[in-house]
Design a protein around this ligand. Structure first.
Ligand code: ZN
Length: 1084
């Protein structure tokens, strides 16, 4: 977790007026709470910002675009298909080592596009596409052939060399461009024209602008389509068939009184039996608020308007549609990383990445791929500039694993000044004898062993033979200089530490763990290419005292050693404690068989906890290795020992200024332990089985600073939770990971990484330390300007992670990414990535609640949302009626996510939510990547009642709202942590028969958490959908079966995030209305 950041920023130091000011002063006007990023004064929208032009973006740089390659073989990205040392990018490519390759978006950019989906209330006359303020991009006839033929170089820039794009991919992936929205609609570029149906945001055009295709409406969030057409891009063609016509930003109008939504409760989920919660922040938005009208001076007129009719929910932007559209456009295709600042497909789309000089989006995603050139612009828009880095992300089987470059004893070549590692951005000069660092401009001598001649374009002739010259991601074998104490590390160890107190024995958990370990230990992670895992294993059981086991292979029986002095923890044996599993298998089996029996009659219910972690660290110290502790623990550690805890839960603190203390860990020994663990490379994974509060904030302190995970099974019962837990354990043990990691993010001049969020530890302001980092952990890094950035050279970042592999090798993993820079805010908005933005906001807000009242944080989130959108409208959108809500295309579903975020447990401020659950979610999110936060904040709701059992396809999810459910329907909902099978009260009997083998819904037993294995196509299909999801997600999920109108349905409904929150929080519709009014205020 970051040690700095949020807290220090002025905005959090005091309550902000505005939305949050409901109870307080409203007279303050639209003061901008600056979400902790920019300490400068609030930006007024009244005066035209300097440097902002509303006109079309002109060429961003004068650099030549990369050459177009027509030699690329689309199959070449297949792993292992290369005869070369690594897959060579297209032969003609020359993007690196040259002056930074040119961004494609330099070409005749058609400026910001504005799509205005107008919802004429009442008349429902939708589809009014407002005029573009910029001309359509050049068109060319190549579009439809683009998948077969290499696109020609841009005609507008004949003097430029062609780019290195591969023909088969460029059309789908590369173009950050799109024709203007008007074209996308198939109609005339300008003016409004009517759609046959109400073209709503993210909805497919009901009336076909074109024949039978996916002109599914506006462009989607985070897509690269938003830019101008570029050279040789298919996008330059006419907007046809299924092409990704980027639409314009969208507008939704709220004729009449925009605040009207607040006069009538929105379509919330509060049905019969669901008492309306008096949510602290939701209430503001969703229901009539006493005193609210008066508090918004600018809105009073609007409030006087006619009562608003209920707005059609289909008219507001839909995440499911955005996701489906992106899948239709990019699904199954290849995304090549050869273009600077290229926005990747959404995380929800399956695509194949080919590394051609920039890190795969699986490793790094950014909130925007076009940074504003100046601090002023950044402050003005308040769009956070951040990267979400998942350095160990799993790659699909058809993508090439990272190459390991070994320079022997010399080690990697680096810049002498800034220490950046050799990468595609270094420019070789002086006949190849020197290279200039693109991060700090320092000119370095090329070491003799590394010298190579340059070709006629100034590129090293070994360009394609060296991953570090042509790829975005690769590894270096590290030399002794990079090892602790200059010694080659020992292979890591796993220690399994099982709480054998009364509760865990009684529930059968201990036996379950021991049985599982017998098979699981066969599957310990291995170094790539080896047969046997190098990981050593050790075993400890504990209650008030600790039991260590000697499982040396020479022994006939395991030996137990008890340490009862927990104040001075030590490891009573060295030899025989950490062993090779294969060698000691017989003894270990013996031990695992004996443990449940040994403690079968225990009455001990007290446990220690800190000494358990201490014992693990001591064991690693003694063995001089890194590793991971798997701790299975059930209750608050109340036994007399260091780290003893007492119940400090206090619901009265919820919604007070002291609420933050509920999230803060208790200071003291656990902090110290975290540091020790990080220093030793000891990661802690915690499996908790609590029946009541156990001060998770403190107990999870060590895991959350060591790259560990915390799993929690409330009121664990073997029958209903056993499988769920075992699936988690299996995934956790087998995850690919690195140990004793230290990460540094270097940037080119002009900006730098300032704030870091993740399950990490920081001793200084730049080095991110992780005792271990696994394939699901991501660090979110925020950047700030130091200086002005150049449109020409763009912005570079290099993430270098030094770590020890599972086999004990010391390596450096390098990820490089180049971004565009622009003095046009429209570029920034066009190249935003909503999923990444929301990851950033989730982590920064969850971090902020450690120091700020939850209410303040919510207010800031709302204000910043409004501010970002108002800035867009002010500076980038074409003029339109104030009643229209104009959203940038790439951010059109941003408000849904924001609203969902504010309704999550940590931020909602409800006394009904257990403190430990809130803390658990807070900590889990801190380590999440973009994919996980996306899913968490917008669950998948999949209709299963109309399954085509003959098809492999999973039905498209529907929007998370009660309105989408049907009495006769069956829906699967999952968000990566929870999974529900919802059965409508009129579920057809034949469906019940096929899935559950019961004649009707009424016959269904309660407490079911798996589906019976029935031999019929529907049963098989439903079960395969569920098991595929469980396989895919980083955590396992417990399947909960709920019937419509049964009490447990409450649990399910809280995930219908477009509806009013169960514990407070507005419906999406109400939130959008509220944000719209805020925007209008900001603009007046
Ligand atoms: Zn340098």
């Amino acid at each position: 977790m970051s040690q700095q950041g949020y807290v220090a920023a002025p905005p959090y130091s005091q309550a902000q007026p505005g939305m949050g000011g409901y109870q307080g002063g409203f007279g303050g006007g639209p003061t901008q709470p600056l979400y902790g990023h920019y300490g400068g004064p609030s930006q007024a929208f009244g005066a035209p910002p300097t440097g902002i032009m509303k006109s079309p973006v002109s060429s961003a740089t004068g650099m030549p675009p990369p050459p177009v390659s027509s030699q690329y073989n689309p199959n070449i990205q297949q792993n292992g298909a290369h005869s070369q040392r690594y897959p060579a990018p297209p032969a003609a490519a020359s993007p690196y080592g040259q002056p930074p390759h040119s961004p494609y978006n330099n070409m005749a950019s058609p400026g910001p596009q504005t799509q205005q989906v107008t919802n004429q209330m009442g008349a429902m006359n939708l589809g009014n596409y407002a005029p573009m303020q910029s001309p359509p991009p050049p068109t060319s006839p190549v579009a439809q052939q683009s998948f077969q033929t290499p696109p020609p170089p841009a005609s507008s820039l004949p003097q430029m060399p062609p780019g290195p794009q591969s023909p088969h991919m460029s059309p789908q992936m590369t173009p950050p461009q799109s024709p203007p929205s008007s074209m996308s609609m198939g109609g005339p570029p300008m003016g409004s024209h009517s759609m046959a149906g109400p073209p709503m945001v993210g909805q497919s055009m009901a009336g076909p602008p074109m024949a039978g295709q996916s002109m599914a409406g506006p462009p989607m969030a985070g897509q690269s389509m938003a830019g101008p057409p570029m050279a040789g891009q298919s996008m330059a063609g006419p907007p046809m068939a299924g092409q990704s016509m980027a639409g314009p930003p969208m507008g939704i109008s709220f004729p009449g009184a925009s605040p009207g939504g607040f006069q009538q409760p929105g379509p919330g989920p509060a049905g019969p039996g669901y008492p309306q919660q008096a949510g602290q922040f939701g209430g503001h938005l969703a229901g009539p608020q006493p005193g609210m009208p008066g508090s918004f001076p600018g809105a009073s007129a609007a409030l006087a308007g006619p009562p608003q009719k209920k707005m059609d929910p289909d008219s507001i932007p839909s995440i499911t549609q955005v996701i489906e559209d992106d899948k239709a456009k990019y699904g199954g295709q290849v995304f090549s990383t050869n273009i600077r600042g290229q926005v990747p497909p959404l995380v929800t789309t399956d695509f194949t990445v080919q590394d051609q000089g920039n890190a795969s989006p699986r490793f790094i995603r950014c909130t925007t791929y076009s940074l504003p050139c100046t601090t002023d612009l950044a402050k003005q828009c308040q769009v956070p500039l951040a990267s979400i880095i998942k350095p160990f992300a799993n790659l699909p089987k058809n993508e090439t694993p990272l190459y390991v470059v070994n320079h022997g004893e010399t080690g990697p070549v680096r810049c002498n000044r800034c220490k950046a590692y050799m990468c595609p951005y270094m420019q070789f000069i002086d006949g190849g004898r020197r290279f200039q660092c693109s991060f700090c401009s320092c000119v370095n001598e090329v070491p003799a062993f590394y010298f190579q001649h340059l070709d006629h374009v100034g590129r090293r002739v070994d360009f394609y033979e060296r991953p570090e010259l042509s790829l975005g991601s690769y590894e270096f074998a590290a030399t002794l200089d990079y090892c602790k104490n200059n010694k080659i590390p020992n292979p890591p160890a796993f220690i399994f530490m099982i709480d054998v107190s009364y509760n865990n024995i009684k529930s059968g958990l201990v036996k379950m763990i021991c049985d599982e370990l017998k098979t699981l230990l066969e599957k310990l992670p291995r170094e790539e290419g080896t047969d046997i895992s190098a990981v050593k294993v050790g075993f400890v059981t504990y209650n008030k005292v600790l039991h260590f086991y000697n499982v040396k292979s020479a022994l006939a029986q395991p030996q137990m050693m008890v340490v009862s002095d927990t104040a001075e923890m030590f490891v009573p044996l060295l030899d025989g404690f950490l062993v090779n599993y294969q060698e000691s298998k017989a003894v270990i089996y013996n031990l695992l068989d004996q443990i449940p029996d040994m403690f079968a009659d225990t009455n001990e219910s007290e446990t220690v906890f800190a000494p358990v972690i201490q014992a693990g660290v001591e064991a690693f110290k003694a063995a001089e290795c890194n590793g991971k502790l798997f701790i299975f623990h059930s209750s608050m550690p109340t036994a007399e020992a260091p780290g003893k805890l007492k119940n400090r839960d206090d619901k009265k603190l919820v919604n007070t200024d002291k609420e933050k203390t509920l999230f803060q860990p208790q200071r003291g020994i656990y902090e110290q332990l975290s540091k020790e663990c990080v220093a030793q490379g000891c990661c802690v994974d915690l499996f908790l089985f609590p029946s009541q509060y156990l001060d998770l904030a403190t107990m999870a302190n060590v895991p959350s600073h060591t790259g560990g995970s915390v799993y929690k099974y409330n009121n664990f019962q073997m029958e209903t939770d056993g499988e769920h837990f075992l699936r988690d354990l299996r995934k956790d043990v087998q995850k690919s990971l690195g140990f004793d990691a230290i990460m540094r993010v270097r940037t080119s001049t002009g900006f730098r990484a300032t704030d870091f969020y993740g399950a990490v530890h920081m001793n200084n302001t730049t080095d991110i330390e992780m005792a271990a980092v696994d394939c699901d952990k991501a660090v979110t890094v925020e950047f700030k300007h130091d200086d002005t950035l150049s449109e020409e050279t763009g912005a570079l970042m290099q993430c270098a992670l030094l770590y020890t592999t599972i086999g004990g090798q010391r390596r450096l993993r390098i990820h490089n990414l180049s971004l565009n820079c622009s003095s046009q805010l429209s570029e920034l908005y066009k190249n935003c990535e909503t999923d990444s933005l929301i990851n950033f906001f989730a982590k920064s807000a969850y971090h902020a609640i450690l120091n700020q009242p939850v209410k303040n944080v919510r207010e800031i989130l709302v204000h910043q949302t409004a501010h970002m959108l108002a800035c867009y409208r002010k500076n980038c959108a074409s003029p339109s009626a104030a009643s229209q809500l104009i959203l940038p295309d790439a951010m059109k579903v941003f408000p849904v996510y924001m609203n969902s975020l504010m309704k999550t447990g940590p931020l909602v401020g409800s006394t009904e939510l257990p403190t430990d659950d809130r803390t658990h979610q807070r900590l889990s999110v801190m380590g999440m990547g973009v994919e996980d936060t996306q899913l968490l904040l917008y669950p998948r709701l999949i209709p299963l009642h109309n399954l085509d059992v003959s098809s492999e396809v999973v039905p498209a999810p529907v929007r998370c709202s009660e309105e989408r459910l049907a009495d006769s329907g069956v829906f699967l909902l999952e968000n990566g942590h929870s999974m529900f099978l919802w059965l409508g009260q009129a579920s057809p009997p034949d469906l019940m028969q096929s899935i559950f083998n019961v004649p009707s819904l009424a016959h269904l037993q309660g407490q079911m958490c798996t589906l019976p294995e029935l031999d019929n196509p529907l049963s098989k299909k439903v079960r395969s959908i569920i098991s595929d999801l469980l396989q895919k997600r980083s955590n396992s999920m417990k399947l909960q079966i709920v019937r419509q109108r049964d009490k447990p349905e409450m649990l399910f409904r809280q995930f219908l995030v477009e509806d009013k929150g169960l514990y407070g929080g507005a419906s999406y519709m109400d939130f959008l209305c509220y944000v719209h009014r805020e925007i209008r205020q900001l603009l007046t």
